[in-house]
Design a binder for this molecule. Structure first.
Ligand SMILES: [Zn+2]
Length: 593
């Protein structure tokens, strides 16, 4: 066969096909690929020098996350100092210089860099130059001018190192090393250039020999040869000669244990695959979209073109915003919104979200699988404004920032409601307000999204409005305002009781304390689904301020989920709601749009 065709299958195979597509597109071969509904077809000649295309894809796509790039990008700073003849070189500059020297040394001494040097021709010996690099520590009473000669020497040395790493060959080989350990090894390990016993130092020829040449051999006279082959590839069912090749090199086997629809699930390590499938699996790391230690792949098996399109748009946006911690899910949301707007009557239940995590501490990886069903997709699409507000909220947990947006989307993907999250957010707000960065507007948005989700999955009905316009009743806003009014009433009562209207700060503290303890008791009742104890607290509070208990609670007393959402919204208003919150939210929304 002169052409190779690969059929869409389970997510892992599809990620490999996506990877192959990305690699070939980057190499300018897009015109030569044919894509049908569930198949990709390409001439075998595209595999000549494929290893160059393979590594080139990773280097081009991920270079900004590589240590090589960190070295190269230092060049600008060095040049500035040299061009200004070190006139503005001060203590701060020395600090920058020293930290760069430290980084340079760390990278240049690493085994992966050292093995790349052997492949790069020329007289420059980076190992020797690295030893020359030395941080400059000023002694007491010394200043930068006293050590300027030394500083100049170090800067020039670094400049020559940067020039070395900027060369085509260094980018080719060090870039390939960075690709292997930062990206490729996320997906597979233990064979070819990732086999510790591998004798060939050149990853390019190694990849070509290990993965590509067998494909070319296999394809040659396949129709003739297959008559004598006894076995079958477990992935694509082609005939194979022996069972010497298996999928054991794929880390964690990429198993989605929850979805065993593919026959790939039945195989064990000793079951064979054909060279073409093995090659496709080697392209998996080019198909998954990675951001540092996380990754995402959307498996949309209905249509190849869509599979490529969705994943390309996700990759582009996560690489654009590499610093944004919410970018993976944000891009997912955008792709979903786009998708739902693009096609009417589109079958949504076939979108599988594969999330990847790498734990650097114990060198393990993990996949997480979700199916995006229609309720989730509708919720995401309907709650665009709420999600926009939620993006602004975060809190500190275990010394690191947690973004509420990420937590909300994760819960949605796991097909869970948001009650546990709301409970936690309100609890944190009461017990450690200093580490919470969200206002009542964010909380209300999570609640509104929660209501929408519960309606979409059919657990809650839409509340009818009392007014005649037939609009849906917004129980969240309603309850939140009631909570806020109770807060004001409390404030007045306490001021009156104490008769210390001139002393505002003292009042505030007092009313906060009292309202906080009420909020705690309400939260506990909601947590344990005890509507009656919630009502007890509520009735006592309203008796204290001498007001009637709002109807909304009695109206929903027999509806568990409605009551819970209303209860949380009420607490939100009681401890935080203010008009300013709302105005601030709409202001920043306006700016964004
Ligand atoms: Zn196969």
């Amino acid at each position: 066969m002169d052409i190779i065709n690969i059929k869409s299958e389970d997510w892992l195979k599809n990620a490999g096909i996506c990877g192959l597509y990305n690699i070939l597109c980057e190499a300018g071969d897009r015109e030569k690929i044919q894509i049908s509904y569930d198949e990709i077809i390409f001439p075998i000649e595209l595999l000549e020098n494929f290893s160059e295309k393979y590594f080139n894809y990773f280097i081009k796509t991920y270079q900004k996350t590589f240590s090589l790039y960190k070295i190269i990008s230092t060049g600008k700073t060095l040049e500035n100092w040299i061009n200004n003849d070190f006139n503005d070189f001060n203590d701060k500059s020395l600090e920058i210089l020293n930290s760069n020297i430290e980084n340079f040394k760390k990278y240049m001494k690493s085994n992966s860099y050292k093995s790349a040097y052997k492949l790069i021709e020329g007289n420059f010996d980076p190992e020797l130059e690295e030893k020359e690099l030395k941080k400059i520590k000023l002694k007491k009473k010394e200043n930068v001018e006293d050590r300027l000669e030394e500083i100049k020497h170090q800067v020039n040395l670094m400049k020559s190192i940067v020039d070395y790493f900027k060369s085509e060959e260094a980018i080719k080989y060090v870039g390939a090393k960075n690709s292997i350990y930062n990206i490729i090894r996320n997906a597979w390990d233990g064979v070819s250039f990732l086999n510790k016993q591998c004798k060939n130092p050149d990853m390019y020829s190694e990849y070509q020999e290990y993965f590509i040449n067998p494909v070319i051999d296999y394809a040659k006279n396949y129709e003739e040869k297959k008559k004598t082959y006894k076995y079958q590839c477990i992935s694509c069912s082609s005939k194979i000669k022996d069972l010497n090749s298996d999928v054991g090199f794929i880390r964690e086997m990429g198993f989605d244990t929850g979805r065993k629809t593919s026959h790939v699930w039945d195989f064990n390590n000793y079951v064979g695959i054909c060279p073409i499938c093995k090659f496709i699996y080697s392209c998996v790391p080019a198909g998954i979209n990675y951001v540092y230690n996380r990754g995402i792949f959307i498996n949309y098996s209905m249509n190849m073109e869509d599979l490529f399109r969705i994943n390309t748009s996700i990759r582009e946006s996560i690489l654009e915003e590499e610093n944004s911690r919410i970018s993976v899910f944000k891009s997912l949301q955008e792709a979903m919104n786009k998708k739902i707007n693009d096609e009417v009557g589109y079958e949504l239940s076939d979108i599988q979200v594969v999330r990847f995590y790498r734990d650097i501490d114990n060198d393990s990886i993990k996949y997480n699988f979700n199916i995006i069903n229609k309720p989730v997709l509708n919720t995401i699409n309907f709650c665009k404004n709420q999600l926009e507000t939620i993006k602004k909220g975060s809190y500190i947990e275990n010394d690191s920032y947690v973004y509420i947006y990420n937590e909300v989307i994760k819960k949605l993907l796991d097909n869970e409601n948001q009650f546990l999250l709301i409970q936690k957010l309100l609890h944190y707000k009461l017990s450690m307000p200093d580490t919470t960065y969200y206002n009542a507007g964010v909380l209300a948005s999570v609640l509104k999204l929660n209501v929408k989700y519960l309606q979409e999955v059919g657990y809650m009905e839409k509340s009818k409005s009392n007014s005649k316009d037939g609009k849906e009743r917004d129980i969240i806003d309603e309850a939140r305002k009631l909570g806020y009014h109770l807060q004001i009433a409390y404030n007045k009562m306490i001021a009156k009781d104490d008769n210390t209207e001139n002393n505002n700060s003292k009042n505030n503290k007092k009313y906060n304390k009292k309202l906080n303890s009420i909020a705690y008791r309400m939260l506990n009742s909601l947590k344990t689904n005890n509507k009656h104890s919630f009502m007890d607290v509520l009735i006592n509070s309203y008796m204290y301020v001498g007001k009637a208990i709002p109807k909304i609670f009695a109206e929903n007393l027999d509806k568990d989920l409605e009551f819970k959402n209303i209860g949380y919204a009420f607490i939100t208003g009681m401890i935080g709601y203010s008009k300013e919150d709302d105005e601030a939210d709409s202001e920043s929304l306006k700016k964004k749009n």
